[in-house]
Design a protein around this ligand. Structure first.
Ligand SMILES: Nc1ncnc2c1ncn2[C@@H]1O[C@H](COP(=O)(O)OP(=O)(O)OP(=O)(O)O)[C@@H](O)[C@H]1O
Ligand SMILES: [Mg+2]
Length: 262
């Protein structure tokens, strides 16, 4: 006689499957509203990718999907078109966006935000920073290089098993140094969460909120970003101090230029 807890109800598993499927469908319905579906089909028609495969990550502001393109893959980031999207945006970023967007409605802001992420990824490529290559954008859809393998997307640095933390730190100094010195940008939300770990190396992602290196908030943001990393590396046994990290990436040239004195 089986114990009650061992009894598997025949319908139970299927019920669970259906529940999961319903949740998945609800989530996808939220993302792929009519306007977004049209935007996705436009981007497909332009040849930026062939088909969406599956979600890599879904959050409050948007989702990132793996897509197929010819024999390879691309990553497609889709921002949600809803008022909730920018509630968590820091005021300095929203202010910059409003200026750029010249749009009063949230839709316009989201499209401007998507374009901004695309532009910044392009500037990072020009500066030789390891980050996803941008391939195009349309409305709330951004298509970029997929960081990962056929097995799946690269893990976030936060979740990865890191073989040589010192080497990753040294590499980050180079990447962030290029971002600050060459691209003249400060990320502003950089952390082991917004860094992927691929092939033993860090890849910087999620760049839309970056600010110009001479922005009044730039030094404060860079200091916060690097303090995040420093804590992370100390836990891994690399004795990183925020001050030394700041110096190594060229923080002395970050912040508003000194006022001219006559
Ligand atoms: N180019 C890419 N290749 C592979 N995976 C990616 C890529 N870009 C983003 N991802 C995955 O999607 C997740 C979310 O991306 P991103 O940080 O850009 O968006 P987000 O809206 O800020 O989401 P979150 O709030 O989760 O950080 C990343 O943590 C990463 O796992
Ligand atoms: Mg992120």
């Amino acid at each position: 006689m089986p114990r009650p807890e061992d009894v598997v109800f025949p319908g139970r598993e299927r019920f669970e499957d259906r529940r999961k499927e319903r949740e998945q469908r609800k989530l996808l319905d939220e993302f792929f509203d009519h306007a977004t579906l049209l935007a996705v089909s436009r981007v497909i028609n332009r040849g930026l990718f062939d088909a969406i495969d599956y979600p890599i990550s879904t959050g409050k502001e948007g989702g990132v999907f793996r897509a197929t393109k010819d024999a390879g893959w691309r990553a497609v980031k889709i921002y949600r078109i809803s008022n909730a999207t920018f509630r968590n945006l820091p005021p300095y970023a929203l202010e910059a966006l409003r200026r750029e967007a010249s749009a009063k409605n949230y839709g316009g802001l989201i499209f401007a935000w998507t374009r901004r992420e695309h532009t910044i990824l392009g500037r990072l490529q020009d500066a030789g920073v390891r980050s996803p290559v941008p391939f195009g954008h349309y409305r709330n859809v951004l298509v970029m290089e997929y960081i990962g393998t056929s097995e799946g997307a690269a893990p976030r640095l936060r979740d990865a098993r890191i073989d040589d933390p010192q080497a990753v730190y040294d590499d980050l100094v180079v990447q962030i140094g290029r971002m600050v010195r060459e691209a003249r940008l400060v990320h502003g939300d950089l952390s082991p969460y917004n860094t992927l770990y691929f092939d033993g190396r860090p890849v910087l992602i999620d760049v839309a909120q970056s600010v110009a290196a001479d922005h009044p908030e730039a030094l404060r943001l860079l200091t916060r970003d690097l303090a995040n990393y420093a804590k992370f590396f100390r836990r891994l046994g690399v004795p990183v101090e925020t001050d030394e990290f700041l110096k190594a990436v060229g923080a002395d040239r970050v912040g508003p230029p000194p006022a001219e004195v006559d």
